[in-house]
Design a binder for this molecule. Structure first.
Ligand SMILES: [Zn+2]
Ligand SMILES: [Zn+2]
Length: 378
């Protein structure tokens, strides 16, 4: 399944208050700052994800320049430099918490593109370095919480960021959240204390123990869906005991220009805008591979996967994409490029890739997920 993901930004104020409740009840439920007047603010980041077939004429799922213009005008401009509780009618009666912003923006995007070939797949909103939320087309809402841990015993994970993802399928738009922040914070700070006492008592600490310990403790109290450990070099994901994936990051520097051999210079210029000129990118790439539980503790596996991937990426380093035979017949769009990368990389990793992500620019991302695989849901 191929998806494109476009990032937007907006700065806004909000106040997490249910108008039917007293200030005291609001503050008890939403925690610090929840109900206080006049509210507070964030520099929000929003990621819209769309899926659909590649248009053979353009080589794209959709023209990103037009998507950018439409979403900016019809959605983002209503949020940017606004007070969400007062300036957006929906939030007068529904609490504008991060989850509800993702939820409402998803349906706004879904409405705009309802008759189109593409469909809105998800909307992801980042409120701060600690809190994010995602709304999916099947109605699921996820909230994500990040925290940092310093573990000297784990060489590959000297400084780790851990993300906990919680999910609800019965989202209450009136309340606007999955779980009150302070309940998650309490659970995470208890976990952190226990982990630090473990860490100082042990000479060695393995990653499998760490992730299973986190899973065990947090899933007992909260609707935990996934855990993600992120270090500088690797990402380790788990959607439960026995379900693990490793993400490896790299980048390559390549040049290209978007042009269709079937179109004239003028037609290409109109269709692809500035992308019709010869230019280049630092293409960042993240390859996620399923691994077995016993491999999680094998430090060699991380190095092996990483050097395999680096060797693969070497072949893409400092090239002109237009020199590849496929791109002599087709425009070298991110959609086509990620498909070629996925097919080739999956062979290198014996078909164990469950997700490949490619950033053409920091704002434009392409993702392929291996469908009909339980590992793909990590
Ligand atoms: Zn806030
Ligand atoms: Zn380009």
């Amino acid at each position: 399944m191929l998806a494109i993901n476009r990032k937007f930004n907006f700065a806004a104020a909000h106040r997490c208050t249910n108008n039917l409740w007293s200030l005291e009840k609001n503050n008890n439920y939403y925690g610090y700052g929840g109900g206080d007047e006049p509210g507070h603010g964030h520099n929000f980041e929003v990621y819209f994800v769309f899926e659909g077939p590649i248009d053979n004429n353009t080589g794209m799922i959709m023209e990103l320049a037009s998507l950018k213009k439409v979403i900016q005008k019809q959605i983002i401009s209503h949020y940017d430099h606004h007070y969400l509780n007062k300036d957006i009618a929906y939030f007068e009666k529904h609490v504008p918490a991060t989850e509800n912003i993702a939820h409402h923006m998803f349906y706004e995007a879904d409405n705009i593109y309802s008759g189109a070939n593409i469909s809105a797949a998800a909307c992801h909103v980042r409120e701060s370095a600690e809190k994010e939320a995602t709304c999916y087309s099947d109605g699921r809402i996820e909230s994500h919480y990040w925290f940092s841990l310093h573990i000297p015993q784990i060489m590959s994970f000297l400084s780790i960021k851990i993300r906990f993802t919680f999910e609800t399928t019965s989202f209450d738009e009136g309340l606007g959240i999955v779980i009150p922040d302070h309940i998650v914070q309490k659970s995470i700070s208890e976990l952190r204390e226990r982990l630090y006492s473990f860490i100082s008592a042990k000479d060695t600490l393995d990653v499998l123990f760490l992730i299973e310990y986190c899973w065990d403790k947090v899933s007992k109290e909260l609707p935990l869906k996934r855990i993600k450990l992120v270090s500088d070099d690797y990402i380790l994901e788990s959607s439960g005991p026995g379900k693990y994936g490793v993400g490896i990051k790299d980048a390559f520097f390549a040049a290209h220009k978007l042009s269709s051999p079937n179109l004239s210079y003028e037609q290409n210029r109109l269709k692809y805008g500035p992308c019709h000129r010869f230019h280049g990118h630092e293409f960042r790439i993240e390859c996620s591979v399923s691994i077995e539980a016993e491999q999680v503790d094998n430090k060699m596996i991380f190095n092996e996967l990483s050097s395999k991937f680096k060797e693969f990426i070497k072949g893409w380093q400092y090239i002109n994409l237009s020199d590849l035979s496929f791109f002599k017949q087709h425009p070298s769009t991110g959609e086509y490029l990620i498909q070629i990368l996925y097919d080739e990389a999956d062979k290198v990793f014996d078909e164990s890739i469950y997700r490949l992500r490619l950033w053409e620019t920091p704002n434009n991302k392409f993702t392929i997920r291996k469908k009909s695989s339980d590992k793909g849901s990590i």
